[in-house]
Every structure is written in structure tokens, then in C-alpha cells.
Design a protein around this ligand. Structure first.
Ligand SMILES: Cc1cc2nc3c(=O)[nH]c(=O)nc-3n(C[C@H](O)[C@H](O)[C@H](O)COP(=O)(O)O)c2cc1C
Length: 377
């Protein structure tokens, strides 16, 4: 492979613990709203991801699955991983993707204060403190220590299920303003016990989640964490804060998936087209200067030339292409073959708007026809 391609960095294999990737392109988690009414894997979902595997993607990180129903719920049709009964469906998804030698990981999450009373079926919402996680958001109930311990255990059990279902790795969602991020953030965490105050205390929930997960999945199973390296919001964590926080997480993490933003700075999570290609690669590059674990970078990376440059400059180890892979499932194979990619414009109309504003399954207005069959499976 290496002899033919002008992109040797992209097509260089990657290995960590038991995980082998045939190339450096990662599909990051994309909540599709393709899950079933009860959080189960559907045929539409299997087809959606299998097409991205057939298109040559090295690793697919499946969209965030809820570890604590209903309090952790994020999204109208979200995957669930809070019970053993979800394992067979997830195994079907794993088998579909692995047929194409694509590795597969599952992201696990608790929405915390970003959810709503309606979404939690009238049970209210929870967070580290009684501070809304977004402008105009509902006020969460502050979690008790007992409840915190319970959620840590739920994360650990969920990670074990991820492993049992046959995934190659698990990713813990520690960013984008969800529960773990709420604990990390001085903006949303005003606790005065061991879980609030100093940076070490604010990192305690995340580090305990990671420690318990590690106990459950063993040493050789790769654990990824997604973080918002800069929250890009007043009084929130900056990159410098994150560089400090990582010392508490680093011992448990195999790969760091470096994202940014919280709900009120969502334009730094799903970047609009006005953001230059790869504008947030520097976050990963700075982390790499200080920490040994491999990183994933993300954010409007659309061309193989740019991806190759990031890898060759050692600013990240893996390149995530999210909406680019919604738009063109064959991105990787086309790059290898020198074919023209159908390029995502970061318009956010079919994907983000459908998923978040309309609570509908995602589509893509640049390349809509591929979705026709998915809706009717
Ligand atoms: C429709 C949609 C759903 C998303 N769902 C998730 C998710 O479940 N978990 C997550 O960490 N990020 C999620 N993201 C963020 C993406 O993983 C990615 O970081 C973001 O789209 C920026 O990368 P891109 O410019 O390559 O698309 C989502 C993005 C979109 C557009």
C-alpha cells in the first residue's frame, strides 16, 4: 500500500495494546438518531456504519451510548448500554463493521445537566451542582456522594459490556459539556466536597470512572477518552487548565480524543464552514508536547493533504473526520485510489440540525441519496 499512495502517513498502520488500525482515519462519534425506540441497534444503523467501514475507514467510534437510563439520556433515539440485553444487537454492529477490517470502538456517556425533565421522563435532571449546563437549561439537582459512586459503577459496568460485545476499544465521553465535563469545569462544578474546588478534586470523578473501568476491562483493552481541551467559554477550562488536569487522567488513558467546546460554545464542537480546516489541531499538538499518549485531532479536516500534513508534523497520531464521512462514506478508499471525494461543506443542515434541532435521523444535503434506503429498513 505504502508504495502507491502520495499519503504514506494516512496509510500507515497504528497499533496500541490489542488494537490494530490499518490506517490513521477515524470516524469520531456521530449521534445519528438511527437507534431504535428503546435504545437498541437497528438495521439502519448497521448499514450506516458498515458503509463507512466498506469505504476503508481505519477506526469507527460509534456514537455516544447512555450508561444510565433515563437520567443520562442524550438524544431522541440514542443507543443504550445500561443493560446486558443490548449486547447482542451491539455485537451485530461490531460484526458488520469488522467484516471490512475496520476497528470499532463505542463511546459511553452520561448527559448530566444537558438533558431535560421531558427526556428523563419526569425524573428531573442531575449534575455536580445546581447550575444549568447551558443557557436557558433546566436547573439540575446536585448529585449525592452515593449517587456519584453509583454512576461510577454504571460507567464501569457499561465498559465491560462494550468489551463483551466484541468492540476493540471503549471511549469515555469526558467533553462537550456532558456530566464528566460538568465535573471538570469550574463553570458548572461548585461543589465543596472532594469532587469540587481544586482541579484535582474536579478531576476526581473522571479519574475514578477511568480507574473502575480499567479494573473491569483489564490492562490490554484500549481505553480512549474524549475531552474538551478548551471549553471556549468565559470562566470555563482553557487549554492550560486541561494540560494540568490531564496529569490525573493520564495513568488510565491509552488514546486521547481531543475535541473542544461545551453546549454554549457548540460552534467549537461542530465547527461551521467559516472555521478554517483543522483550526483546532493545535490543541492536540500542545498536549502531545507534554504527554506520551497518542492523540486524535478533529475539526473541519476535509482534505487528505491537510490530514497528511498534521501527521507528518506529529501534531496528532490519528485524524478524525466526522461530517466528511457522513458526506462521503468512501472517503478513505477514494483517497487511496486518487478518486474525487464528495466534500462536506460543514453546513450542519442535514446532520446537526436534524439530530439536535429536529430530533430526526441524520441526513446530508450535499449527498442525500445514500440515506434513502436507510430510513426504510
Ligand atoms: C450529528 C452529529 C452528532 C454528533 N454526535 C457526537 C457524539 O455522539 N459524541 C461526540 O463526542 N461527538 C459527537 N459529534 C461531534 C463529532 O464527533 C465531531 O467531533 C465534530 O463533528 C467535528 O468533526 P468534523 O468537522 O470532522 O465533523 C457529533 C457531530 C455531529 C455533526
Amino acid at each position: 500500500m505504502l508504495q502507491r499512495t502520495p499519503y504514506p502517513g494516512i496509510f500507515q498502520a497504528f497499533n496500541i495494546k490489542s488494537l490494530f488500525l490499518k490506517n490513521r482515519i477515524v470516524m469520531p462519534p456521530i449521534a445519528t438518531n438511527f437507534a431504535g425506540q428503546n435504545g437498541e441497534v437497528t438495521d439502519s444503523m448497521v448499514k450506516f456504519y458498515t458503509e463507512r467501514a466498506r469505504g476503508g475507514t481505519g477506526l469507527i467510534i460509534i456514537e455516544n451510548a447512555n450508561i444510565d437510563y433515563p437520567l443520562g439520556k442524550n438524544g431522541a433515539r440514542q443507543l443504550r448500554i445500561d443493560h446486558e440485553r443490548y449486547i447482542p444487537g451491539l455485537t451485530g454492529l461490531v460484526e458488520g463493521v469488522k467484516k471490512y477490517d475496520t476497528a470499532i470502538c463505542l463511546q459511553i456517556n452520561h448527559a448530566g445537566g444537558t438533558t431535560s425533565n421531558e427526556r428523563t421522563e419526569g425524573r428531573g435532571i442531575v449534575g455536580p451542582s445546581d447550575i444549568p449546563a447551558k443557557r436557558g437549561g433546566e436547573i439540575p439537582r446536585s448529585l449525592t456522594i452515593g449517587e456519584i459512586e453509583d454512576i461510577i459503577e454504571k460507567f464501569a459496568q457499561a465498559a465491560k459490556r462494550v468489551q463483551s460485545a466484541g468492540f476493540d476499544a471503549v471511549e469515555i465521553h469526558g467533553g462537550h459539556g456532558y456530566l464528566i465535563n460538568q465535573f471538570l469545569s469550574p463553570l458548572m462544578n461548585k461543589r465543596e466536597d472532594d469532587f469540587g474546588g481544586s482541579m484535582e478534586n474536579r478531576a476526581r470523578f473522571f479519574s475514578l470512572v477511568l480507574r473502575e473501568i480499567r479494573k473491569n476491562v483489564g490492562d490490554s483493552f484500549p481505553v480512549f477518552t474524549r475531552i474538551s481541551a478548551d471549553e471556549f467559554i468565559e470562566n470555563g477550562n482553557t487549554l492550560n487548565d486541561t494540560l494540568e488536569t490531564l496529569q490525573y487522567l493520564c495513568p488510565y488513558v491509552d488514546v486521547l480524543d481531543v475535541s473542544s467546546g461545551v453546549t454554549d460554545s457548540a460552534h467549537t464542537i461542530v465547527d461551521p464552514s467559516s472555521c478554517p480546516e483543522g483550526w483546532r489541531v493545535y490543541l492536540s499538538a500542545e498536549i502531545k508536547k507534554r504527554y506520551p499518549m497518542p492523540t486524535i485531532t478533529v475539526g473541519n479536516i476535509r482534505t487528505p493533504e491537510y490530514a497528511e500534513k498534521v501527521l507528518s508534523e506529529n501534531k496528532a497520531d490519528l485524524i478524525a473526520i466526522g461530517r466528511g464521512l457522513i458526506c462521503d462514506p468512501d472517503w478513505v478508499n477514494k483517497v487511496y485510489d486518487g478518486d474525487t471525494i464528495i466534500k462536506c461543506t460543514s453546513c450542519n443542515q442535514g446532520c446537526t440540525t436534524n439530530r439536535i434541532v429536529k430530533n430526526k435521523p441524520i441526513t446530508c444535503i450535499v449527498n442525500p441519496n445514500q440515506f434513502d434506503t436507510l430510513y426504510f429498513l
